[in-house]
Design a protein around this ligand. Sequence first.
Ligand SMILES: Nc1ncnc2c1ncn2[C@@H]1O[C@H](COP(=O)(O)OP(=O)(O)OP(=O)(O)O)[C@@H](O)[C@H]1O
Ligand SMILES: [Mg+2]
Length: 242
Amino acid sequence: MLELKQLAKSFGEHKAVDAVSFTLQKGEVLGFLGPNGAGKSTTMRMVAGVIEPDKGDVLIGGHSVVAARREAQRRLGYLPEGAPLYKDMTPVEFLKFMAAARDLDTKTRAPAIDRVIADARIASVTSKRIGALSKGYRRRVGLAGALLHDPDVLVLDEPTDGLDPIQKRAVRALIARMAPDKAILISTHTLEEVPAMCNRAIILARGRIVADGTPDSLATENGGGLEETFIKLTDANEVDAA
Ligand SMILES: Nc1ncnc2c1ncn2[C@@H]1O[C@H](COP(=O)(O)OP(=O)(O)OP(=O)(O)O)[C@@H](O)[C@H]1O
Ligand SMILES: [Mg+2]
């Protein structure tokens, strides 16, 4: 469903993403891990077609993000890092706007909006201004927007960042429910949630993939759990680069 082919992006002299390749099948929930600045968000932005790669390509359902961006984006839901824009809209206005931008059939718009309001658990805030919501609720409004057109591929940049424990669990349950029919790429710094949420994990360091496997296999690799593997692989990479 999703294929990254030798994806690369530099900012000036700095290689933020350096020849990243992997494929994601239906049913896979991939935890995209790595230290601050590793290139996770830059990779996800390229997958979402928000920024153009210097090299390489991304295929979503076989459609190239570079050559056929609209077709590719139709099959993708993207939750960007940080707070969503449109602070002056209410969540309902935002979702109506997204439904129009996504070109959803007018008949399916209202049920789709109702569905994502329930899934993202934002019913209690739908008529407040987005800018006046707490951080966690803003994340959940963003998530609702990403789910609106029920895409095959989901790219969620730190979806549980800022959520309270109850909402984190709700998001994990939602992801588990959606997982069988979709390919899902999720970045997170909360390593404890990876085995619960993901059936695969990739560790990125300095723009390159340094590990790819099941959360279990990565955790046992160095005998000290996922955190140990994360520290070993990303530290080693820092030393290599020095
Ligand atoms: N628009 C930009 N202009 C210049 N440099 C950028 C830009 N966006 C990202 N970078 C740089 O690219 C590198 C990768 O950043 P990116 O945001 O992809 O990291 P990340 O893995 O998402 O980190 P975090 O865990 O902090 O979210 C960093 O060195 C960052 O400073
Ligand atoms: Mg990031």
